[in-house]
Design a protein around this ligand. Sequence first.
Ligand SMILES: NC(=O)c1ccc[n+]([C@@H]2O[C@H](COP(=O)([O-])OP(=O)(O)OC[C@H]3O[C@@H](n4cnc5c(N)ncnc54)[C@H](O)[C@@H]3O)[C@@H](O)[C@H]2O)c1
Ligand SMILES: [Fe+2]
Length: 381
Amino acid sequence: MTLTANWSYPNPIRFGAGRIAEIADACAAAGIKKPLLVTDKGLAENEITHRTLSLMEEAGLGRALFADVDPNPTDKNAEAGVHVYRDGGYDGVIAFGGGSGLDLGKVIAFMAGQTRPIWDFEDIGDWWTRADPDGIAPVVAVPTTAGTGSEVGRASVITNSESHEKKIIFHPKMLPAVVIADPELTVGMPKFITAGTGLDAFAHCVEAYSSPHYHPMSQGIALEGMRLVKEYLPRAYADGTDIEARANMMSAAAMGATAFQKGLGAIHALSHPIGAMHHTHHGTTNAVCMPAVLQFNASEIRGRFGSVAAYLSIDGGFDGFCSYVDELNAAMNIPKTLTDLGVTDPDMDSLVDAALRDPSTGGNPVEMTAENTRALFEALM
Ligand SMILES: NC(=O)c1ccc[n+]([C@@H]2O[C@H](COP(=O)([O-])OP(=O)(O)OC[C@H]3O[C@@H](n4cnc5c(N)ncnc54)[C@H](O)[C@@H]3O)[C@@H](O)[C@H]2O)c1
Ligand SMILES: [Fe+2]
């Protein structure tokens, strides 16, 4: 079976090893002649970034780079990037990286021609209609981790540097025009990032599948996404150069984010404030939270996850699935508690408040209250 394809759902995805070579063609397809490549600080000096800049330069697209992007990127990073974008006269963005580089690249392109402040476009009701659609620059998205699936999403997660809350900026036109999903770019990920990002993809599928909203298409995608993670994440973790495993994890990541159009839930609602206040890695934080959230939701999801267990060849229905998640976390060296993850002296009141305000909260099958959310955080410490 060949692992190369052209997909158009939800956006055009050029999928396959080595396809970063098509970066100039992807820019042309997106109508970009003078791109700004946006990535995070960690990738600025990485060989995959240098190679992509060289490919751009050889094609006459220049080699402009903006890399002042933190993990869990902030409004300050966005502001600085928009400034560079406008000053340089660019006409589009190559959003390159894990979720941090992708989300910030998407937000720079979105804010390029807006006059309102970024927080006017939070994913609340129809705030996105305030945006000037003509002021949104095109994006070519190039994921270098296999987790967030931001390359197929219409949103960016940006941390408010004053309130230390993660906020979601949304616009339908924030969906990247073209994606290059090249699994070779993910080969150099450190082991703990392979694990954490892979488990983020898994969390997206688990939460989309758990959410009570009606979306059978998402159900199917989430189910197969979970199966791919089960089969290929241990392989990608054991041998980072296993391209078949890397390719299937890249698919699982895009599938998770496609599926979570249906909704997310308590894993993300808890993880977002922890990441924003304690600077932990997003996917790893989700993985720590998942076992407790599965138990929290048991009354609503037990039956549904019996089918998941059967599809994933796991014995024991919902309980078997929960045991499998514990084993997977242990195999990926995921800390058992938030304390072990490095969360010390948490401000519980702020964490609970932020979790209840998080947009993921509404998708959880069991209603989250101040009491049960505090109890969840305390159990996770
Ligand atoms: N937009 C969305 O739909 C969505 C969904 C989930 C998460 N997120 C957001 O995405 C961010 C997390 O993204 P992430 O988990 O991909 O991590 P990340 O982008 O923060 O990257 C983690 C680290 O890995 C490094 N890295 C990335 N690719 C590499 C590679 N190929 N080789 C070597 N090092 C590499 C980065 O430099 C960084 O130091 C968070 O801010 C989270 O809130 C967004
Ligand atoms: Fe996530």
